[in-house]
Design a protein around this ligand. Structure first.
Ligand code: NA7
Length: 543
């Protein structure tokens, strides 16, 4: 079937249904179309971009190894023609790029915008998925691709009286596309993760007063943003083939050599000199060129966390504020944060830090937030930088129904059972992009999406060549995969810290480390499974 068709008056039929028109969903449209399959994608937003569409808060920037490597690799022409302006591109620049991709490859014709998929059900007899949308449409597809985002369901705090607050309230992950003015306003910002730490310095530039409501003090590293020159861009284009090869070989999907150095092989003076060098360069250097034992050895970890605490004390002038900003978890075990002027912001007269551990929120009123010891803080605006029900939250909100009507919520009560971070038993032909148990947020996400989607395309070809209608993992494969994911994580310090990676930021969420930390090994595992005729899967003949 090469294009969508109407089976009866109310259900359109496609080969592939795609949820989400962000970076992953867009590539899925392109790839499956290239395979000659009919596709339809849905997105609740007004346009393409996914996470980048929703997170357009002030200060939003690429906060991983920067441009031009946070991009698609499937089209050399795209690389040739696109000029990135900075290493840590602004959110609006990333959206321009995504818009360009959608236009160049004519992707919008297969996307229904401002439409939420509200229900997805598998039918055993026809081996097809049927979805229902917020507009009342129904569509059926042989394959269901959940490209619904690892960071797309906002985590909303629930304090007494918060709904009585009468001023403006904005969550960073649902930021309005219309301008938001802080001029002359008293703004409270709740949350000091990546989004809060990017937004606070920007808000403080024009707000009358900023009250930062900090639950956990964080480690943050200089973003090291700099403009890219014509020479940088020419060089990147010239080296693109080698660069792509390096990205494919690197554990995080970036063009950097592997890291061979261990902190414990060096003296404290040597370590500090190395950290100092990385601090000056900024960006993701601490992770790419830091020491390889920081995430596994408590002693190595302490060497870096002491260094960063020293930097905070150096930059923040008021010693009392500096002490409140001291993180006490293992550095790197919460999502590493890149900052640009965050620590300096606390030297401004209009910024006040409230440490919620010592001075918890009692309630909100119509025009203030009241905390236990410092009392009433009058505010005109509340910015919630409180993060997401990450990785598993959005797909669980959809709660697809698989064989015999079993729901994903029923399958995922204790942990996120799946195989390869992509497929779930009893949910045949359903695939998650950047799902729990995949490298997801630990990998260059556009590249990771391309690789997962390419692999799914090959599996679809395999099914067709063998006359199979449906594929799903065996129960033992899920069990073994879950153990592999946990085994790798448990060899590190990551699971010891409360984070959105462990699910600790959302009440009632199972504590379970949700990412495959094996880096490039993941893609070797995928290749191995494919080479063994999709070992670990069970197949059913086409009807
Ligand atoms: P994060 O990293 O989950 O940060 C959320 C922040 O909000 C973090 O400081 C939380 O404290 C805090 N938080 C969450 N709930 C509450 C409540 N109820 N009260 C007070 N404080 C709260 O989300 P981000 O959006 O910053 O970053 C996520 C990703 O988005 C990141 O990878 C970027 O690339 C973009 P906690 O640490 O949980 O104690």
């Amino acid at each position: 079937m090469a294009s969508g068709k109407q089976s009866n008056e109310s259900i359109e039929e496609f080969d592939v249904l795609i949820i989400g028109a962000g970076v992953s969903g867009l590539y899925a449209i392109h790839h499956f179309r290239e395979m000659g399959l009919s596709v339809r994608a849905y997105d609740g937003a007004k346009d393409v971009g996914g996470t980048w569409w929703y997170n357009c808060y002030p200060g939003a920037r690429v906060d991983g190894p920067g441009s031009p490597y946070y991009c698609y690799t499937f089209s050399d022409e795209l690389m040739e023609e696109w000029d990135w302006e900075e290493t840590q591109s602004e959110g609006s620049a990333v959206l321009e790029y995504i818009d360009h991709v959608a236009t160049k490859f004519d992707l919008r014709r297969d996307i229904q915008f401002e439409t939420w998929v509200q229900d997805a059900r598998y039918d055993d007899a026809t081996q097809r998925w049927t979805i229902e949308t917020s507009r009342g449409d129904r569509a059926s597809g042989r394959f269901l691709i959940c490209a619904s985002g690892a960071l797309s369901t906002a985590n909303m705090p629930n304090y007494e009286g918060i709904h009585d607050f009468a001023g403006e309230v904005h969550h960073t992950g649902q930021w309005p596309h219309e301008p938001v003015s802080f001029e002359g306003k008293r703004v409270a910002v709740m949350g000091t993760g990546s989004s809060g730490i990017q937004a606070i310095p920007e808000i403080a530039k024009t707000a009358d007063h900023v009250t930062v409501l900090q639950r956990t003090a964080q480690f943050a590293f200089p973003a090291g943003n700099r403009p890219l020159t014509d020479e940088d861009r020419d060089e990147a284009r010239k080296l693109w083939d080698e660069t792509k090869a390096m990205m494919l070989a690197h554990s995080g999907g970036f063009p950097h050599p592997g890291n061979e150095l261990a902190a414990l092989d060096f003296t404290p003076e040597e370590r500090n000199a190395h950290y100092e060098k990385l601090w000056k360069i900024g960006s993701f250097r601490f992770f790419l060129n830091g020491y390889n034992d920081v995430a596994t050895s408590e002693e190595a970890n302490a060497s870096l966390s002491d260094f960063v605490r020293g930097k905070i004390r150096e930059i923040v002038k008021d010693p009392e504020t500096a002490e409140k900003l001291m993180p006490d978890h293992y550095v790197m075990t919460k999502r590493p944060i890149l900052e640009d002027g965050y620590w300096e912001t606390y030297n401004r007269d209009n910024v006040e830090l409230v440490d919620l551990r010592e001075d918890p929120i009692v309630r909100f009123t119509e025009n203030s937030v009241v905390t236990a010891t410092s009392g009433e803080h009058p505010i005109d605006m509340l910015v919630l930088a409180t993060g997401f029900d990450a990785i598993s939250g959005t797909i669980l909100k959809l709660n697809p129904k698989g064989r015999g009507g079993v729901s994903l919520k029923e399958r995922w009560t204790d942990r996120f059972h799946n195989y390869l971070g992509m497929v779930v038993k009893d949910f045949p032909n359903m695939f998650m992009i950047h799902g729990p148990g995949s490298p997801g947020v630990f990998y260059n996400m556009p590249l990771g999406a391309e690789r997962q989607i390419g692999w799914i395309g090959d599996l679809i070809r395999f099914l067709d060549e063998h006359g199979y209608g449906a594929a799903e993992p065996a129960a033992e494969s899920e069990e073994a995969w879950g153990n592999e994911v946990q085994g790798i994580a448990n060899a590190t310090l990551f699971p010891k810290t409360d984070s959105w990676w462990t699910g600790a930021n959302v009440e009632g969420k199972p504590r379970y480390f949700s990412a495959y930390l094996g880096g490039g090994i993941y893609y070797m595992r995928l290749a191995d499974v494919a080479s063994k005729e999709y070992a670990g899967f069970e197949f059913e003949a086409a009807p």
